[in-house]
Design a binder for this molecule. Structure first.
Ligand SMILES: [Cu+2]
Ligand SMILES: [Zn+2]
Length: 226
């Protein structure tokens, strides 16, 4: 995943500009969460969706009329031919400084914007696992310039980070696990999770993809036990 989410003060509003060049296929729920604690497995210590006002239920991006959390930003996805995602949002009556130290999260599944039939539609939009989280920090040396949350799986453009990784078939998944031997557990978990979701959300869901998913999910379970 590669992208940036910038936050700028415009009068009494915060203008959020999201720009993503790399995302797993499909729609992904996209929110500002309360905390910026990245220690939890699967970004879970980032807590719930950030909301500035009185408690309310989950909803859509800022232009929607229904009740919503301040941090509800709808969905993100790449366009046809992997064209980047680009969108701006206006969060009214907010200061950028209210957002420092919180986080932006990208989910595995689409956000149903609070309209779904699921138990968690009204709290999280049923958007599933948290596949990436980034803390909102300052992105300029100038005090007043604003903040940003930066997503980058492959710093320096190295891609993939462990050569020889893949997910298209059971064989490629098993080879990937071999390549991961001796790597730090955080990297193992990150790569296996990413490839699991790539296989899961691949446009052409084939038997091979499902077999690769099984290899990764089994592997992720063994990592949990350690
Ligand atoms: Cu979220
Ligand atoms: Zn929400």
């Amino acid at each position: 995943m590669k992208g940036e989410v910038l936050f700028e003060q415009k009068g009494t509003s915060v203008v959020v500009s999201a720009f993503f060049t790399e995302l797993p296929p499909g729609q992904h729920g996209f929110h500002i969460h309360k905390a910026g604690d990245l220690r939890g497995e699967g970004c879970k210590q980032a807590c719930d969706h950030y909301n500035a006002g009185p408690q309310t239920s989950h909803g859509g991006p800022p232009d929607s009329k229904e009740p919503r959390h301040t941090g509800d930003l709808g969905n993100i996805s790449l366009g046809p031919g992997s064209t980047p995602f680009k969108k701006t949002y206006t969060l009214a009556n907010l200061n950028v400084s209210d957002l420092y130290g919180r986080s932006v999260i990208v989910h595995a599944d689409p956000d149903d914007l609070g309209k779904g039939p699921h138990d968690d539609s009204k709290t999280t939009g049923h958007s599933g696992a948290r596949i990436a989280c980034a803390v909102i920090g300052r992105v300029s040396c100038e005090e007043t310039k604003g903040g940003g949350a930066l997503f980058n799986d492959n710093p320096g453009g190295r891609k993939p980070r462990v050569p020889g990784t893949g997910y298209g078939t059971r064989k490629r998944a098993q080879n990937t696990l071999k390549k991961l031997k001796g790597k730090p557990i955080g990297l193992k978990r990150q790569i296996a999770t990413t490839l699991y979701y790539r296989a899961k959300h691949h446009a052409h869901q084939t038997k091979n993809m499902r077999e690769a998913m099984k290899v990764f999910s089994k592997y992720l379970k063994t990592l949990k036990r350690k």
